[in-house]
Design a protein around this ligand. Structure first.
Ligand code: V47
Length: 369
């Protein structure tokens, strides 16, 4: 951390004392951090917390993303991935296509398969259950992280089932964890502007609450740098923090910088580099009960993700292999990274690479071949 006189000069001495005493920051504290002109001072404070929690360990995962379909009824303006059924570029994989994608990577040491799609108007729950079972058959020991809270609520509506029943069925099929997507920002104002058809913020939190109660851990995200205010970002973080107090079910938080290309958000450019780093740092400082912060290289770019390790992030995500959501929105990052590249990025930044599974257990200690 920088000398306390620096923080005194910036009017943040009380915030530093709260962080050092492990006291919770208020939304007002968060706003002062966001408004602080000294990025390095805010980053150094977040780095202090990151060092306290994880030392120099920096996590990565050998994973495979699979999108089973981009057909979606929601029409979110920030999403360049979605298509209507029959529109050029729309796709949907069959159960055997999904199995084939997993089979193609059998020699890669993948420990996590991450499966998400759109809110398809007809795809039945039994089909997605079959996809999960097929992944499990092809790769019995892999961890399956699948379906956002938005997809879960969509399956429930389509099938006339409760959220709980959908989660119970997917868990029985082999889903072990939910990814953090679909949260966007919870603000009803922003959702009315950008994704009025989508599950509400309250609905997203309720799905996660049910999942956590069933023993299904999850991640959480925040899409930032579009139409939201700093206050709305902080309210989003606070809502996650309050649910985490209740359930302890969130493993990792992922701030997702908005990629504007090919989207329909009027006038939005996406966050600047400084805003990305400050948002990661403020997230680390506000989310005192969520253990991990991910610098998702796909959306940040590999170089910025590496720098983010000094601004509160302790995870780089993984090999990914085939990413569509960010790249269809113009993300300029690589399509995939190798284990060697991830380890090099971490080591070159002065940290210690630790291969993890989706629960952040050391991968070597888990029973994955
Ligand atoms: O839900 C959509 C977001 C999410 C854009 O849980 C966009 O481990 C930026 O959630 N610009 C999907 N973001 C990605 C995601 C994720 C990724 C990696 C790991 C995990 C995890 C979760 O991407 C969507 C949406 O919030 N998104 N469009 C865009 N134009």
């Amino acid at each position: 951390m920088l000398p306390i006189s620096v923080y005194r000069h910036l009017g943040l001495e009380d915030v530093v004392h709260k962080v050092m005493d492990r006291r919770r920051l208020s939304l007002e504290d968060g706003l002062r951090l966001f408004q602080c002109p000294d990025l390095v001072a805010v980053g150094a404070l977040a780095h202090e917390v990151r060092r306290r929690l994880h030392g120099l360990s920096t996590y990565y995962v050998i994973n495979q993303h699979i999108n089973y379909s981009n057909i979606c009824v929601n029409g979110c303006l920030f999403c360049a991935f979605r298509r209507r059924k029959g529109e050029p570029g729309a796709f949907e994989l069959t159960v055997s296509d999904v199995a084939a994608k997993v089979r193609e990577r059998l020699s890669d040491g993948v420990t996590e398969v991450h499966i998400v799609g759109g809110c398809h108007p007809e795809l039945r729950l039994e089909t997605v259950e079959a996809m999960v079972r097929a992944v499990r058959r092809v790769r019995p020991m892999v961890h399956i992280k699948a379906f956002t809270a938005v997809e879960i609520a969509h399956f429930a509506r389509l099938e006339g089932l409760s959220i709980r029943d959908v989660l119970v069925r997917l868990k029985a099929a082999g889903v072990e964890m939910l990814p953090g997507g679909g949260a966007e920002v919870f603000s009803p104002r922003v959702r009315a502007l950008l994704c009025p058809q989508k599950l509400s913020g309250e609905g997203w939190l309720q799905v996660m609450r049910e999942a956590h109660r069933l023993g299904i851990k999850s991640n959480a995200t925040m899409l930032f740098g579009h139409k939201e205010t700093l206050e709305e970002r902080l309210e989003h973080l606070d809502a996650l923090r309050r649910l985490q107090d209740e359930t302890q079910g969130f493993v990792c938080f992922i701030p997702l910088p908005f990629q504007p290309k090919h989207t329909e958000v009027p006038g939005a450019l996406g966050p600047t580099g400084v805003d990305e780093l400050k948002t990661i740092a403020v997230s680390r400082l506000m989310l005192d009960n969520i253990p991990h912060i991910k610098a998702y290289w796909v959306m940040l770019g590999v170089k910025q993700a590496q720098v983010a390790l000094y601004f509160g992030a302790d995870d780089l995500d993984g090999t990914v292999i085939e990413e569509k959501i960010g790249h269809m929105a113009g993300a300029e990052s690589e399509a995939c990274l190798t284990r060697q590249t991830l380890e090099h990025l971490i080591q070159q930044a002065g940290f210690e690479p630790v291969e993890r599974n989706c629960f952040f257990e050391h991968a070597a200690a888990s029973a994955v071949p």
